[in-house]
Design a protein around this ligand. Structure first.
Ligand SMILES: CCCCCCCCCCCC(=O)SCCNC(=O)CCNC(=O)[C@H](O)C(C)(C)COP(=O)(O)OP(=O)(O)OC[C@H]1O[C@@H](n2cnc3c(N)ncnc32)[C@H](O)[C@@H]1OP(=O)(O)O
Length: 257
């Protein structure tokens, strides 16, 4: 029975980029729906009547919130402006893109509302499972697909303590894995972390803001090599350096087929 559910799941999840695309388009369409409904409907009425299969009230965790410090907001604004900027030569929008972030991405794949109930319905993305604003992982990832790099603005909260007043090394590793994995996933489809090599250079104070700079080093067949540096927001201080190896795989691998 469980095997059949997983096989059904495979038909819905061809590969991750499509999943990301769906999330992005759902967000875009969801946003316009939201504007439309504000003008014409009350929320409850629309969600009862709409044929749109997703909740228009899904929470994108990468949006600014009250827990963000002024520094977090500043760095966010800086990269967000790059997303909206038009390049002088082409007149097209900039090459940076802010990635949305949900606590159950599976739900937003086509057909995913049902799947998310079938497959481990209580599962939540590790970095997005604490409801208190600012308590744990506050972060936003920006992607530059042309330059094959990502930047993540990260404000670690008080629940991530390791050494007194400072961030746990495992929490930093989690963020490195998340950002390098996101980059590898956008560039190569579904990937699994095979190796993560981290050098911790200086401790990160809880509540401070750091930036993770991640870049593609090379691709060798199904091996994707990515590096990452964690720095202060002005890049004057290096906190952590890492390299990661991801292996591209077919989704069937996760479900035993
Ligand atoms: C919207 C969403 C937002 C959400 C975005 C959030 C993103 C978060 C991303 C988090 C990602 C994770 O945490 S993933 C979870 C943690 N990782 C895991 O659990 C992975 C467990 N390990 C595995 O399943 C497997 O070992 C794999 C898939 C990594 C590799 O298995 P495989 O497919 O059998 O690979 P295999 O053919 O043997 O090897 C292929 C090539 O890679 C090399 N290779 C394999 N493993 C290693 C290794 N550890 N170190 C060096 N090299 C290795 C082999 O030598 C070979 O080289 P050559 O002979 O070809 O030269």
């Amino acid at each position: 029975m469980l095997r059949r559910c997983f096989q059904a799941a495979l038909r819905f999840i061809p590969h991750w980029p499509a999943l990301y695309q769906d999330v992005v388009s759902q967000q875009t369409v969801g946003k316009s729906l939201e504007i439309w409904q504000t003008a014409h409907w009350n929320t409850r009425g629309l969600s009862k009547m709409s044929l749109w299969p997703f909740s228009v009230k899904s929470r994108d965790f990468s949006q600014p919130n009250a827990s963000w410090s002024a520094e977090m907001q500043d760095v966010y604004n800086r990269y967000n402006a790059l997303c909206e900027a038009e390049t002088e030569e082409s007149g097209k929008t900039g090459t940076w893109r802010k990635l949305p972030s949900y606590n159950r991405t599976l739900k937003y794949v086509r057909g995913g509302v049902c799947l998310s109930k079938i497959i481990q319905s209580k599962s939540r993305l590790f970095t997005r499972n604490i409801k208190d604003l600012g308590a744990a992982f506050e972060y936003v990832v920006f992607l530059n697909q042309q330059e094959k790099r990502c930047v993540c603005v990260f404000q670690p909260g008080h629940l991530l303590e390791g050494p007194p007043g400072h961030v746990h090394g495992g929490a930093i590793a989690t963020m490195i894995d998340t950002v390098t994995g996101t980059l590898a996933g956008y560039l190569a489809g579904p990937v699994m972390t095979a190796n993560l090599n981290i050098n911790y250079r200086s401790p990160v104070p809880l509540g401070s803001v750091v930036v993770l700079h991640s870049a593609l080093d090379r691709v060798e067949g199904k091996k994707i090599f990515v590096s990452c540096r964690v720095t202060s927001t002005d890049e004057s201080k290096l906190h952590t350096e890492a390299t990661a190896l991801f292996i591209a795989f077919k989704m069937g691998y996760l479900f035993g087929s």
